[in-house]
Design a protein around this ligand. Structure first.
Ligand SMILES: [Zn+2]
Length: 461
């Protein structure tokens, strides 16, 4: 390094040390006797010597003397660090070289003015950090603490109560980086940038049936904003195929969080049929034991993306109480006999009051069952209703054809609930006990006919 040239090259971490380096240079030791002569000579010479301050090899200005430039550098650094509140430096190389004559160029004399020029020409940097999202530098911050704080606050915004995990969907890294002070963003701005992302304009081709409002709603756009970025588009005159712009703003970071929630659910009880109660009407059900639903505790895992639920699934189930079954008995289906593979139902609940056969000098063509008015009457077996209506002394009667020439007749009914042509099952309700026709009181008269001839129903029952 020549003594005639001061250089700040290679020193850029702390500009203060640059200056110290400069100060120490160009020192020349001279004999005491020659000091006066040399001094006078130097004074004369100095009128014609100027110094060029170059930044990265480009002459930037002319200064009167080396000291002015050095002081300006110190002053500038002090001011900048004080103003910003953190250490700054520059990576450009400043050189101060003597030149002969000023060629009419302006020569800076004041330290303040030199500092002012340097301030405009130098790019201040600092040891900061870059916030990387998916391996891309998205923004620059002062230090790792403030970057972490910003990221933490974003997570906090979407942190559910009792959060199990809160993380970013994206790969996020904070890396040390020498960053331009102009690019630094503070905590709140960083949060804003990371959460709202960057504006991304996309083209959209208008389709049949589209309205600007419809597009806005579907694409999650603000209608006012949509109209702002599509100046000249007349909302009422959209044409199919017309191109409009959509602002597809997407956050740079998405927060994925999960938590667990416990819900109590009923466990339905089962219905157990304990048996049949002949005192009940056909189809009637009597509850012997009221069923009680059980209780189950279900733990769900809920996953949210930016506070919006995206998943919910059960992770654990605990039975808190078992359900108590409902125990019932049912009436009807007065199954009496099963003969030759054929199931025969008792037609009514009641005792036989009059048998088939000769009775008081006459012929009783069926069996009478003493039964209360309104009691259910069911079909003995499956068949087709052949007749349902009034039939002389039988009163209101139902005839059921069981095939193979067999017909059963149910007489003196108060009500018939089937009609001609209807198919019935064995045990199915067909009517109600009554006292219609030739009778002195409510009872059921049951007749069995095979090929038109009456038979003793007792042979079937
Ligand atoms: Zn009778």
């Amino acid at each position: 390094m020549s003594p005639s040239m001061d250089t700040a090259q290679g020193v850029y971490k702390r500009a203060g040390s640059i200056v110290t380096g400069i100060m120490g240079m160009g020192r020349v030791y001279l004999g005491a006797s020659s000091v006066l002569v040399i001094s006078v000579f130097a004074l004369i010479i100095s009128q014609f010597i100027f110094f060029t301050v170059s930044i990265d090899g480009t002459p930037t200005m002319l200064v009167e003397n080396r000291g002015t430039a050095k002081k300006a550098i110190v002053l500038l650094l002090e001011k900048e660090e004080k103003r910003r509140g953190y250490p700054v430096y520059w990576q450009q190389v400043i050189e101060i070289n003597p030149v002969w004559g000023n060629d009419g160029r302006r020569c800076y004399k004041s330290v303040e003015n030199v500092a002012g020029v340097l301030r405009r020409k130098l790019q201040f940097v600092t040891d900061g950090v870059a916030v990387m999202v998916n391996k891309e530098e998205k923004l620059y911050m002062r230090n790792i603490e403030v970057a972490r704080q910003s990221l933490g606050l974003i997570k906090d915004k979407f942190r559910p109560r009792g959060a199990l995990k809160v993380s970013f969907e994206e790969d996020v890294q904070i890396v040390n980086k020498t960053v331009s002070v102009e690019q630094l963003v503070d905590r709140d701005n960083a949060i804003g940038i990371l959460m709202t992302g960057v504006q991304k304009i996309e083209n959209y081709e208008v389709e049949k049936g589209d309205t600007l409002w419809g597009i806005a709603r579907r694409e999650g756009q603000d209608i006012k904003e949509l109209m702002d970025i599509n100046k000249g588009v007349k909302p009422h005159l959209l044409q199919i195929g017309q191109k409009i712009m959509l602002n597809k703003q997407q956050p740079l970071l998405n927060v994925i969080s999960s938590y667990e929630t416990v819900e109590l659910k009923d466990v339905p009880y089962t219905i157990v049929e304990a048996g049949r109660d002949p005192s009940l009407n056909y189809g009637e059900v009597k509850v012997i034991q009221q069923g009680v639903p059980g209780r189950m505790e279900i733990t769900y895992r809920v996953v949210e993306r930016n506070g919006q639920r995206i998943k919910k699934y059960p992770v654990h189930k605990t039975i808190k109480s078992d359900p108590r079954p409902q125990v019932i008995v049912t009436g009807s289906e007065m199954l009496m006999a099963s003969r030759s593979g054929r199931t025969i139902y008792r037609p009514v609940v009641g005792t036989v009051s009059s048998n088939y056969g000769v009775r008081g000098g006459g012929m009783h063509s069926g069996i009478d069952f003493a039964a209360d008015y309104g009691n259910p009457v069911v079909a003995l077996a499956a068949g087709t209703v052949k007749f349902a209506g009034y039939r002389g002394g039988y009163g209101l009667a139902v005839d059921i054809d069981h095939g193979q020439g067999m017909i059963t007749r149910y007489a003196h009914l108060s009500k018939a609930v089937v009609s001609t042509g209807q198919k019935v099952k064995g045990g199915q309700l067909i009517g109600r006990v009554g006292a219609t026709g030739n009778t002195t009181g409510p009872h059921l008269h049951l007749e069995v006919r095979i090929n038109g001839e009456t038979r003793d129903p007792a042979s079937l029952l």
